[in-house]
Design a protein around this ligand. Structure first.
Ligand code: COA
Ligand code: ZN
Length: 314
């Protein structure tokens, strides 16, 4: 094993259709979103976050959440998740047969106000209502803590603040937690320390890490997470993504680059990389611009080129 704690299997939650499309300059037509999700469903990804049940005024690009959720072909091995900010969003998700909702609150009060127009206390109040709504249903609820590694308005976020937010979620009965680096402020040392602290605070609670590659530290942060025993990561096809309410936000870590790195290192993801790269190839035409993924341009490290012709004549 290449480092002592490396897991054998990593789960990937694909977020391009949510985190990616929410910030695209143009609305992606509903049929094309559905088609992309259906293609992603056939790649072996463990989970796909397909949309957000948020205010269409806040995120106009995802105003077709119901149509997307009802239009996709469900693959039995894929968990279909959606972001929800409040009770109203949960009510909408319940009408669409989602497997999971991802409730989001920021560790930073300022970012929560900018993003959700609520104080953290108001978000928590909404989430209590959500937990009532889901009682007796099959809908699973996960809690995401945005700006967990730093806030573009407030700067450093104390680990104790992250712990407090996670305690609120777990106290309400949520089954797993995501720590999100909304604007790519996390560094590998911080990731290792916070992930280790999380496991010590909340033994056995499933943890997912959500990184943006804003400052080029995204995949390094994954390695730091792996070394701390984390086995679940969010990532986005083509590296699309970003929060419209966080200044300077740019794309998530790129799913196909993540899968390529992990598979090269002997860590299984369950994802068919060739198939995923095939889907990524179609992404620039879909979004109308170049994407930041590296492997889709360079090819896999095992893709060989023909020997220079002049060598053959020697
Ligand atoms: N889905 C659809 N519409 C919603 C909604 C939801 N989950 N929650 C509220 N609304 C509607 C209300 O019905 C109301 O509509 P109206 O103006 O036609 O009457 C309008 O949105 C405003 O409602 P209000 O409760 O006052 O919300 P707000 O303006 O304070 O915004 C949020 C609060 C949470 C709804 C909004 O900030 C939001 O959706 N944020 C999501 C941000 C996001 O997704 N960021 C990126 C991901 S981290
Ligand atoms: Zn994000």
């Amino acid at each position: 094993m290449w480092f002592s704690n490396a897991p054998q299997l990593v789960f990937i939650n694909e977020v391009s259709v949510r985190d990616g499309f929410q910030i695209e300059p143009e609305f992606i037509p509903t049929g094309q979103k559905i088609d992309l999700i259906d293609q992603l469903s056939a790649t072996g990804l463990a989970k796909i976050e397909i949309t957000s049940f948020v205010s269409p005024k806040a995120i106009p690009n995802l105003r077709d959440a119901e149509a997307v959720a009802r239009g996709i072909r469900r693959h039995p091995d894929v968990t279909y998740a959606a972001l929800v900010p409040n009770e109203r969003g949960c009510e909408r998700a319940l009408t669409c047969g989602m497997d999971e909702i991802n409730l989001v609150m920021s560790a930073s009060e300022t970012h929560n106000l900018a993003n959700m127009r609520m104080t953290c206390a108001q978000s928590i109040e909404q989430f209590r209502g959500v937990m009532q709504l889901v009682q007796g249903t099959a809908l699973r609820v996960s809690g995401c803590i945005a700006t967990a590694f730093g806030c573009p308005f407030e700067g450093e976020i104390a680990p104790e603040r992250v712990k407090w937010a996670a305690e609120q979620y777990l106290g309400m009965g949520m089954h797993s937690i995501t720590l999100a680096d909304t604007t790519g402020m996390a560094d590998p040392r911080q990731v290792g320390a916070l992930a280790a602290a999380f496991h010590a605070w909340f033994p056995g609670v499933p943890l997912t890490l959500h990184f943006h590659n804003t400052r080029g530290m995204g995949l390094s942060n994954v390695l730091a997470g792996l070394a701390a025993g984390v086995t679940s990561f969010d990532a986005s096809l083509g590296g699309l993504g970003g929060c419209p309410f966080a200044p300077g936000a740019t794309g998530n870590i790129c799913t196909e680059d993540l899968v390529h790195m992990l598979e090269s290192s002997g860590v299984d993801t369950g994802v068919d990389l060739d198939r995923l790269l095939g889907v990524a190839l179609g992404l620039p035409a879909l979004v109308g611009h170049d994407i930041s993924g590296q492997v889709v341009k360079a090819g896999k490290r095992t893709d060989l080129h023909p020997r220079p012709a002049w060598l053959e004549t020697r």
